[in-house]
Design a protein around this ligand. Structure first.
Ligand code: UDP
Ligand code: MG
Length: 309
């Protein structure tokens, strides 16, 4: 028998714990046909509701249910990493607790693994039920990201992925603190099959993401997988030097020909404002990388466990 580990990051998902389990187990005939043992690892990301109690209750009746409970909210990325570390499966799949990643897709995903793919990923083709402004910025992010980074990041990609032990070990070998999973999956490579499906809305509760959080997350993604902003900062510096050089020549020549009337201070103020703005912007970019490096250098644990079984 091969073992399939299902990782479910949960943050305030009390209504979904049992519901998810039932939905997943609807695949029982498929698991039996393929001789798959299944273990389900719920990663409780410091929930403030009854998520842990629900998982424990479930664990009493099903011995293939496991729990890792964090000491506080560490974010979904930390949850995924913890799940990977605990998973013993020959195959590992990650799914959201809110059933936005339909478990009914599993048999199809598995068939591609059997065909020899190392990893099967999913992307949603529509962004139905999402505010248009958010969709717009999301698309922009993916466009920019793919231009400036080597990791191949697919628009609309979800974290719903099935992968072989080899891929899981590759991901575990990336023990960085600032984890941007979409980038990590793309970065490790391997043969990946993409499946597409229509966006499904969550069954219970509401999304933990708002616009601001997504914005910060996108900055995280860019700094984690690209150094292009640093190059852009240097380029702007060179450009401004060149402009200043031309301007100096122009001023000198003009003064020699027409003398030096004291004027033009408004333009001077504008130039100072512009240049200092650009300087601060570039300093900020450097600062972003420095702060990420700082967090990385501290080598703090990615998550802390309160209890597990
Ligand atoms: N999640 C988590 N920690 C967090 C936020 C979210 O573990 O800090 C989990 C959440 O319980 C869910 C999954 O990550 O299973 C996706 O979250 P959500 O549905 O809020 O995101 P969306 O589907 O809207 O992108
Ligand atoms: Mg969701």
């Amino acid at each position: 028998m091969a073992l399939l580990s299902v990782i479910v990051p949960c943050y305030n998902e009390e209504e979904n714990v049992k519901y998810f389990f039932d939905e997943l187990m609807k695949n029982q005939p498929f698991f039996e046909e393929k001789k798959l043992d299944v273990e389900i690892i719920y990663v409780d990301d410091g929930s403030k509701d009854r998520t842990v109690a629900e998982v424990k209750k479930l664990g009493e009746s099903a011995d293939n249910v496991h729990l890792i409970s964090f000491s506080r909210n560490f974010g979904k990325e930390a949850g995924i990493y913890a799940g990977f570390q605990k998973a013993k499966g020959d195959y590992v799949v990650m799914m959201d607790a809110d059933l936005q990643d339909p478990p009914s897709l599993l048999p199809e995903m598995f068939s591609y693994i059997e065909q020899g793919y190392d990893s099967v990923a999913t992307r949603r083709v529509s962004r139905k039920g999402e505010p248009p402004i958010r969709s717009f910025f999301a698309r922009m992010f993916y466009k920019i990201m793919n231009r400036i980074s080597q990791a191949d990041i697919v628009d609309g990609a979800r974290d719903y992925r099935l992968m072989t032990r080899q891929v899981v070990d590759a991901i575990l070998s990336m023990c960085e603190y600032n984890r941007f999973s979409k980038g990590i999956f793309g970065w490790v490579g391997y043969e990946t099959k993409w499946l597409e499906y229509e966006n499904v809305e969550r069954v219970h509760g509401e999304t933990k993401w708002n616009f601001w959080k997504l914005f910060l997350y996108s900055i995280e993604g860019i700094t984690a997988f690209s150094t292009a902003p640093l190059a852009i900062a240097s380029f702007i510096g060179v450009l401004f030097c060149a402009i200043a050089f031309v301007a100096i020549i122009f001023i000198i020549v003009r003064t020699l020909i027409w003398g030096d009337p004291v004027g033009g201070w408004p333009s001077l103020v504008c130039i100072i404002c512009l240049v200092s703005g650009v300087q601060l912007l570039c300093l900020g970019i450097v600062g972003q990388y420095l702060s990420k490096t700082y967090m990385e250098v501290k080598q703090r644990p990615i998550y802390l466990v309160k209890e597990e079984f």
